[in-house]
Ligand binder design. Structure first.
Ligand SMILES: *Cc1c(COP(=O)(O)O)cnc(C)c1O
Length: 369
């Protein structure tokens, strides 16, 4: 007699409870919408560049495995981002994969990932995927780092990894440098030392970068991505750091994680990096227009060093309702109300093209009238 175990029982016995409790990362269908929810660059490439790229892709050998080290991409990144030869570059299928590689590398029983909150949700998700503990430390007023709370948490949890997103998502701001240094130093001094990951996903829109921390501290690595600069569809992230760290992490990376189309396209795009940088400059100019217009409509607008703007709806308004009304008009933004308590009444607007921005502002004008 074979015992009959229902499918549901099989799942409950096999899949870890913390995985069953998860909700998959919500990515809705946005076809036909003005998409201001995911921090994408709204601009396409000039036609000459598109044509040149298409011709190049025609020669890519899809029947062959990719180059395991993608040297053209690494060289292109090194030149575009002015990374000195003393540091290595590790590539990921988006920086999400790099977070996963880092997490897997430190996943001893009881190890912890620590990050300020509200922050990027993937830190916690990936901690759960690989069986790490996760500790979120609330930001202080105005979304500045709470240095005392962070230092206390670093001491209590002895985190293996600390993620500092600069600029932070979803708040858009930069944090006090002295506070970050004290966290890095506390992690280095812990009995169980911790690695601090500076997540610079929004670097192209920011007035500050943190590569210099690599020179000063041996327990820092810097993570970047091409997603927000205009290549979200390619999935290419990178980790910059001392060769000793990256040598270990590279062992966990899947040998062919960067496919041939991404390699060819990224190497090409990096040869034309000034085009992307110029688009980011346009986005920054539009960001100012968006901030000023939202303020004028009565939103409490937060400063932004990124390609999105965080704003709290006027006192007599419901964020969720405004979000739904915009959605009915085919404008998709991000509603943060109902997430972290400090984001009550908050909406996040990705900075789109000038026409998209104008459409958003005119829709808001009407809705708020
Ligand atoms: C978007 C984002 C990333 C991940 O981007 P990828 O597309 O996976 O490279 C990482 N960190 C932060 C803070 C982000 O907002």
């Amino acid at each position: 007699m074979t015992s009959q175990v229902s499918l549901q029982q099989q799942i409950e016995q096999l899949i870890r409870p913390e995985i069953r409790a998860l909700h998959a990362y919500p990515v809705g269908d946005a076809s036909g919408m003005i998409k201001l929810d995911a921090m994408e660059n709204p601009y396409r490439w000039p036609q000459t560049m598109l044509t040149e790229w298409q011709q190049l892709l025609a020669d890519v050998a899809l029947n062959r495995y990719p180059h395991p080290k993608a040297p053209d991409v690494v060289d292109g990144l090194r030149a575009a981002m002015q990374v000195s030869d003393q540091y290595d570059i590790l590539l990921g299928n988006g920086s999400d994969e790099i977070i996963q590689i880092l997490a897997m590398a430190v996943a001893r029983p009881g190890a912890t990932i620590l990050a300020p909150e509200p922050g990027f949700v993937m830190y916690k998700m990936i901690a759960t995927f690989v069986g790490l503990n996760y500790a979120g430390v609330p930001l202080a007023d105005n979304f500045e780092l709470d240095a005392d709370a962070m230092l206390a948490a670093v001491s209590e949890h002895q985190p293996a990894l600390v993620f500092l997103a600069q600029p932070n998502n979803p708040t858009g701001n930069l944090w006090d440098e002295a506070a970050m240094r004290s966290i890095i130093e506390a992690c280095a001094a812990n009995a169980q030392p911790g690695l601090v990951v500076m997540d610079e996903a929004y670097l192209p829109f920011s007035s500050r970068q943190h590569l210099y921390l690599l020179d000063e501290y041996s327990n820092v690595v810097v993570m970047r991505t091409l997603s927000k600069v205009g290549l979200a569809g390619l999935r290419l992230g990178l980790l910059i750091g001392r060769p000793e760290w990256l040598h270990e992490l590279d062992k966990i990376r899947m040998p062919y994680n960067i496919n041939v189309l991404t390699q060819a396209s990224a190497a090409f795009a990096l040869r034309h990096y000034p085009v992307l940088v110029q688009q980011c400059e346009q986005i920054k100019a539009t960001r100012t227009v968006l901030q000023d217009s939202l303020s004028a409509m009565g939103f409490a607008v937060y400063e932004s060093e990124a390609n999105f703007v965080l704003a709290r709806v006027p006192a007599n308004r419901q964020a969720r309702e405004l979000f739904e009304q915009l959605k009915q008009q085919k404008i998709l933004i991000k509603c943060l109300d109902g997430g972290h308590p400090s984001l009550m009444g908050c909406l996040r607007f990705t900075v789109g093209s000038e026409p998209e921005n104008a459409a958003l502002l005119s829709a808001l004008q009407t809705l708020l009238a």
